[in-house]
Structures are given as structure tokens and as C-alpha cells.
Design a protein around this ligand. Sequence first.
Ligand code: CP3
Length: 353
Amino acid sequence: MAEHQAVADPGDSVFVRACRGQPVPYTPVWFMRQAGRSLPEYRSVRAGIPMLESCTRPDLVTEITLQPVRRYGVDAAILFSDIMVPLKAVGVDLDIKPGVGPVVAQPIREMADLAPLRPLEPGDVPYITEAVGELVRALRGTPLIGFAGGPFTLASYLVEGGPSRDHATTKALMYGAPDVWHALLSRLARISAAFLRVQVEAGASAVQLFDSWAGALAPADYERFVLPYSRAVLEEVGELGVPRIHFGVGTGELLGLMAEAGAEVVGVDWRVPLDAAITRVRGRAVQGNLDPALVLAPWEAVAERVRAILAMGRHAPGHVFNLGHGVLPQTDPDVLARLVDFVHAESARQRTE
Ligand code: CP3
């Protein structure tokens, strides 16, 4: 007979409550890219298995997602996958090359190139449904974050054919062939929304839309060429009732517009002081914003900045502590473990002041 043990409801966890702007006893914390190359146990289970293949194996996805939860005691897990997984699943010919990133065989340049971007069906990603279901059971109350790539970031990989510093070819298409651009982004928005839906329907407690490279755009261009599609993705998942986080890097000038896209939480990189960000997102909760390089410095420098970020975060309706972007590969896992304990203790202490 099944054992009956009280399992905490991830929908009422400190992380989800903070996303919703509800009172919490301490500030929750997780790290973007918390699973991955900074963990020896990750390198060991991934040895010899290509990135995209590992994303299709529920046993590996489950194990890798759980690794940072075990090691750090973070307040949320994030599904081990990649923003390119749903594009691969609908049939785009792409790979993720070690040390390089996503590489697309036939970059998109004209209307005819959009043909492979058909709608994503849940049956295209059975391994996601299976892994999320397994994880929700294994996490026993710790919330699982599902995610998808934002429309500009996905478009950039597809148009450039790989990683790009300036996104010049992408912008040239955006300005020069707006009909192709709008058709491309509308297909990507549908795919991302469908990918998020699969994860939430399988049990994810929150979602994050990673439009990592949107900060490359001027606000007027972001508003015209990207925002309608991010809003469409977020609106579609809004009806599923889980909190939504909207994140990009270098988005200081875009934070107000990103907040308008509709997520409950706006991610903030380290370039914007958190108090300024809180003003810009007008009543939304925030996530961030420690410089990922700071954890390579002596502990006292880390602690000083964390205290300041937590103090600023108290002026937001909700604050989820995170790095301003992903964990750097050379990060010492022991420092992240210490950071989680410190965020919990220091944020609880600040609440008693
Ligand atoms: O955050 C997590 O721990 C969950 C897993 C996750 C991965 N990719 C695993 C991954 C998440 C949320 C992503 C999202 C992602 N993928 C983004 C948005 C987040 C961000 O960092 O801005 C982007 C832009 C990508 C595209 C991508 N995939 C890049 C740029 C790279 C790194 C290339 C490299 O090797 O430097 C990848 C590969 C990738 N995705 C790795 C991991 C753990 C490394 C692959 C490996 O270990 O071989």
C-alpha cells in the first residue's frame, strides 16, 4: 500500500508565494543554470552524451535537475532542458555544440525558410511530460520551474545560424523584411507557449520565459517587433494559473516594457540597481540580481552585496533572489551552497529589524 506522508504543496511554497507578491518568512533563492558544468556530478553523468540527447532522456533530465537541489537546498528546481529543444522537436535541423552553443543548419532568411516551424504538439516532447511528472514526485513539494526561449532570442539563433554578439543579421531581417520577421515571431510564440503548456500540464509550478538577448534592442524596436509576441506567449500560459517570470540580459531600458508583457515577475541582470528596477517594473515582483562573477570574489564582498540586494528587494511586492544571469562554469559549488544559506538567514534577519 502506498505510504501516506504529508507532502508540501509546491503551489504554496515560499518561491511561488514570493512570485505572487504574498508574504514570505525569508527570500527564496535559485540560480539560473544551477545545473551544469560547475557541478562535478553533472560532468560525470553527462560524460559522452551529447547535450540534446541528454535532454530527451527522462532519467538524465530528472537526475540533473535534482543535482543542484540536493547540493544547494535552493527553493526551486529548474527543468534540465534547453530553449532549442522544442525547435528540434518540431523538426528544425540544429545541434548544441560544446563550448559554442546552438548551431542551426539552415538559417532563416526568407518566408520559405519558415516551413519547418510547424506548431508543437505535446506528442512531440513525450520525454518532457515524463521527466516533469517524475520530478514533481521526486521533489516532494519543492517547486519545479518550466521554461521556454523568448521570441527574440530564439529568432536570433535561427536567423544567425548560431550564437552572435551583435545580432546584426537578425536585426537586418527585422528592419528589412518585417513580413518575414512577424511571421517568424508569431510561429515561435506559438511553439514557446505550447512548450510551456506541456510543462505546466505535467506539473511545473512556475514558468520562465528566457528572452536572454532582447537587451540588444532599442525600446521602440522591442515594443514593435518583440513585445506583442512575448505578451502572446505569457497570455496563453496565464490561463494555467502558475506564476510567470520574464527575463533578459542588458534590459535596463526595457524593464518597463517587459513588465507590460504580463508576467508576475521580471528578471533583472546585475547592471541595474535593484531599487531602480523595482521602480521601472511598476508593481511587479522582481528576480535577481547578483553579478554572477561576484561569487568568484572573497566571501565578505559577496555577503556585502547580498545584504544590499536583499534590503532593496524588500521594496518590491515580491523578490526572488538569483544571479543576474547564469552560473559561470568556474563557480565553486561550495560558495553557492553558502550563498543559499546566507540569503535565507540574512533575509529572515532583515525582516525582524
Ligand atoms: O538553468 C538551468 O540549470 C536549466 C537548464 C538550461 C540550459 N539552457 C541547459 C544548458 C536552461 C534554462 C537553458 C536556457 C538557455 N539555453 C538559454 C537562456 C538562458 C541564458 O543563459 O541566457 C540560452 C540562451 C540557451 C542556448 C544555449 N544552450 C547556450 C548559449 C548554451 C551554452 C553553450 C556553451 O557551451 O557555452 C547552451 C548549452 C547548454 N544549455 C548547456 C546547459 C547545461 C551546456 C551544455 C553542456 O554542458 O555541454
